[in-house]
Design a binder for this molecule. Sequence first.
Ligand code: PHE
Length: 450
Amino acid sequence: MTEQRRDSFTSSFGVTMAMVGSAVGLGNIWRFPYMMGENGGGAFILIYLVAALLLSMPIMICEFVIGRRSQVNAVQSFSRLAPGTRWNLTGILAVLTVSIILSFYSVIGGWSINYFIKSLTFSLVSTPDADYAGIFAQSVGSVWSPLFYTALFYGLTALIVSFGIKNGVEKCSRVMMPVLFVLIVAIAVRSMTLPGAAAGIKYIFKPDFSQVTGRTVASAMGQAFFSLSVGVGTIITYASYVSRKENILKCSARTVISDTLFAVIAGCAIMPAVFAFGYNPGEGPGLVFITLPGLFANMSFGGIIAVVFFFALLLAALSSSISMIEVIVSFLTQKFHISRRKAIAFISVYALAVAALCSLSQGPLADVKVMGKDILSFLDYISATFMMTLGAILFVIFVGWKLGREVFVSEMTSEGSVRVPSWLLKVIFFIIKFIAPPVIIGIIAFSIIG
Ligand code: PHE
């Protein structure tokens, strides 16, 4: 308690940048474009927008309410707001989920560092018809190099977070996010002015509903959760460091808008170029690491664009991974009264062990399958599709049914000092209480059956 009184966000801008930093990540630049490519372009975006606005944003608001009200980490917030109940298990689920995501995220963050370094020498894009699938397989499939880059990425994350909220998370996010924005817009402009880019732009903005299935809807909703970092306690944690005067609705709306804008701009950076050079938009997870280098090799100034792109990818990944590790750090430091460094050292033992397994699952351990998937894909699937969704549903039920309307309104209006139209409060609370839970259960059902 004393620790977070001293250490908290210092400005509204800092809070927003940290929240946007958490939201904007590999989910926007790596996952969103290929999901869109696999799921019918513009139609996927439309469904995604509806899900982000109608589901993710209310969940984000619930997390904000829980964290800001309790002023404590994602586990103890539940014991504080609902003493003597089992609700703290929800927080434990969140910590567990976020540590799994952190582990496999570090592996992909490591790939980003690897590709950034490769792009620095310009060797990556010097031969337009190089075997990029082979280069990728070799980069991620060997033993030591991907392990090294994974550890490096994790180390950078831990380093930033060891400086705390004000001096670590806030300072870095304030610089990283605007830089990231400029970089990604620059690439989008380059991509959209290529001859033949129009087909890609049409693909993004002209919805083709013929490809939409139940699965598309479930994927779009899952993506809206992952991309906005909801359901795993990151927002509860950040909100616990936020002043009581902060306007929750404004902060959440800014985050949702920025994150969606980033995803669409990332789509505009990638798809027009993919179409201009005749690549396949449905390439899947390899889109960023296999298709893009080939694309850059064929572009004028491609070498420089590659450096900029992989640097942007790295920044985006880092600003998200710091929000994940902070969930666990804040829990351990506050619950066990240990220093941030000790907490980080403790987390590193298991996070790095799981990350190492994920990294090796792309090479030597590729044959170890769980439910038909390699370890990394399995952990991605189980955490992002299932555990996150479960966390999200528990958060909305907690606010809608346990905390109740009065607490909700008092937090949303900062005890009456912030004006929010009462009809809007009613609509949001109605969604939280009656709409979100059954719809989210529907998504879980989809992901299990489908
Ligand atoms: N939102 C992040 C992204 O888009 C991922 C993330 C998930 C971050 C969960 C924090 C918690 O990449």
